[in-house]
Design a protein around this ligand. Structure first.
Ligand code: ADP
Ligand code: UVW
Ligand code: MG
Length: 416
């Protein structure tokens, strides 16, 4: 592999063997996940997570993957800039510093790309301005993404920085799924429509599921359930998104760790008029103090299951509400697709919680959906089937890898 590319620092050219690494940043509202990959074999060189940014209990865990033990830093990390600078120091300590000529590009997960961006995009001032313009519709995510981009630019101003948008995969949604039934003039003036998120994950997982089933993605209809701290469902027909549960912002749809998902929009007027809450207070309530945490005080599914097993009623009700919403979406998307070939679970909860998978599909035998208890109990990092041998619809667990997908798209863009 010796694809030639232009070296932005020297104006000369060099072979891909010189610059074959991609750093990926996935900045969330209070965390940053990062990975450094070698694109010659798509292997990971190092991964890391900085969590609880802005709190006194921040923690950085850095894992070098080619020798060396994981390292941890604790103590307050004030913001995403400090988080990224700390990550850069950890990488440098492993001889993988950002100053390396082997680094080809930095890929950023950007949550909201509006309607403009349906492809990975090299970040220019114009692109950054557009990402900034979209802050009001991704208030938990785009600001963190912008800080990540600015900090990475400051560390390596010569390198291409690439944005890979969560919304990109969903731009194929038909108009009847993307539009809300509100006054067209008002909606268009303010670009109010359903955009959808977690698209990089939904796209990657649907392709990996087709591989698992040994069939072309073009022939398959699937329902992908991305259940992390944020959670979304999508209906994918022939590899294209036709419907998804998140909307204008990542608040709509499923019950999440801290987000309510679907509520009657009149709840917001009621809270304002009757409870006297401000718009910002309502925003915080629905985005940060609702979902599982609002219902039972915990947002980690492991802890919730532990409490359920001990007979805790609040945790049990929170779990039931979470599952009920999930089941409604599986039913709705079965109707949208007409024929379902696969239902796929992914992300932290989807990949790890057998009780969630079992409960979500319980009673759906009429839809051809069933989970085999032994298969469901297997713990593995590999894509796998959990439906019974003779099932009409495949049920699968397929680990997502947003970072690998972002690295691939970033590298392809800077090398082609
Ligand atoms: N072993 C497990 N069993 C059940 N849930 C788990 C397990 N491991 C992780 N999770 C859940 O996954 C969530 C994080 O998922 P993840 O996809 O990493 O989310 P995000 O990318 O939004 O941070 C945790 O909040 C926790 O609820
Ligand atoms: C869009 C979104 O909800 O992302 P996350 O799950 O990372 O919070
Ligand atoms: Mg995630």
């Amino acid at each position: 592999m010796t694809a030639m590319t232009t070296d932005p620092t020297s104006g000369g050219s060099r072979s891909m063997n010189d610059a074959h690494r991609v750093l990926v940043l996935n900045s969330g509202s209070s965390s940053v996940k990062y990975q450094l990959l070698d694109m010659r074999d798509r292997s990971r060189l190092a991964t890391g997570l900085v969590e609880r940014i802005g709190e006194s209990s921040s923690r950085l865990v850095h894992t070098p993957l080619k020798g060396g033990e994981p390292r941890e830093r604790t103590g307050r990390i004030a913001d995403h800039e400090e988080a990224l600078r700390a990550a850069a120091e950890e990488l440098a300590a492993d001889g993988l510093g950002l100053d390396s000529p082997e680094l080809a590009a930095i890929g950023h997960r950007v949550v909201h790309g509006g309607l403009k961006f349906s492809e990975p995009t090299v970040i220019t001032d114009e692109v950054l301005k557009e990402i900034e313009r979209l802050v009001p519709v991704a208030p938990l995510h785009n600001p963190a993404n912008i800080t990540g981009i600015r900090t990475a630019q400051a560390l390596r101003p010569d390198l291409p920085q690439v944005a890979v948008f969560d919304t990109a995969f969903h731009t194929t949604m038909p108009e009847h799924a993307a539009r809300y039934a509100i006054d067209v003039g008002t909606a268009d003036a303010h670009r109010i429509r359903r955009y959808g998120f977690h698209g990089t994950s939904h796209a990657y997982v649907s392709r990996r599921t087709a591989e698992l089933l040994g069939r072309p993605v073009a022939e398959l209809n699937m329902i992908v359930l991305h259940l992390g701290n944020g959670a979304s469902a999508s209906a994918v027909a022939g590899g294209r998104c036709v419907e998804t549960s998140m909307g204008l912002t990542p608040l709509e749809g499923l019950v999440m760790g801290t987000r309510s998902g679907d509520v009657d929009p009149a709840v917001t007027f009621h809270l304002k008029r009757v409870a006297g809450m401000s718009t910002d207070e309502i925003d915080t309530l629905l985005n940060k103090r609702s979902g599982l945490v609002g219902l039972c005080g915990d947002n980690d599914m492991r802890e919730i299951r532990r409490r359920v097993d001990e007979g805790d009623e609040r945790a049990a009700l929170a779990f039931d509400i979470y599952i009920h919403r999930l089941k409604k979406y599986v039913g709705a998307y079965s109707a949208v697709l007409g024929r379902v070939d696969a239902v796929v679970f992914t992300a932290g909860v989807g990949e790890n919680s057998a009780p969630v998978r079992e409960a979500a599909l319980a009673g759906l035998e009429g839809f051809g959906l069933a989970v085999d208890a032994d298969r469901n109990a297997v713990r593995s990092g590999e894509p796998r089937l959990i439906s019974p041998e003779d099932a009409r619809v495949a049920v699968a667990v397929v680990p997502t890898d947003e970072e690998l997908e972002i690295a691939g798209q970033t590298f392809d863009l800077v090398h082609n």
